[in-house]
Design a protein around this ligand. Sequence first.
Ligand SMILES: [Fe+2]
Length: 207
Amino acid sequence: MQSEKTKRLELELKKIYQKHGKRLPFHGWHHIEFVHSKSLEFAGFIKANIFLVESAVLCHDLNYLVKPNSDPELGEKLRRKILINCGYSLNEIGKIESIIMESHTAYRGRKISPEGKALSDADSLFKVLPISPILFSNQYIIQNKVDIQKLSKKITSEQNKLLAKNIYFYIPAVRKRYLPWAKTNLTLWNQVSEALKDKDVLKLISK
Ligand SMILES: [Fe+2]
């Protein structure tokens, strides 16, 4: 059962996202809801602390409300303010912050808490859903004011090494079910990078 604090946090964040969501066609409430639901399912596989997983998931992408194309550090102040308003202690906020940092794609390593694994795997799954390159990649480009070159460079530089280290997904049951999707998605993005070296492709996408 959801705790009173996470219930309050969810309601509060939903209000904030409804107000500012138009600025977040990729990392909006639809993304938070998906990662929330999947992370709870994944947390059950490894008995991660549900209260901490939910709290971290609900506010893990607040930095995108502060500044487009930013890292989670930029959301720390806003997160703290919202969490304090929802009755969280400083000790809980510290734990939530650490889960968010270790789960960030660019910072991920082998050593990560069970709560970080649940958030990380659910967040990664959103990226590699077969529908994501079709429906959401262009939304990422619009939201973060980047071009396809920047996006493909970010994806390939951050994610190929996670696949090589076998930590694209941390939880064995998640890896077994979804790694083929991750591989297909990364093959696509590696081919996007390759295609972007072709002068005629570049001409095709230039104004
Ligand atoms: Fe996310």
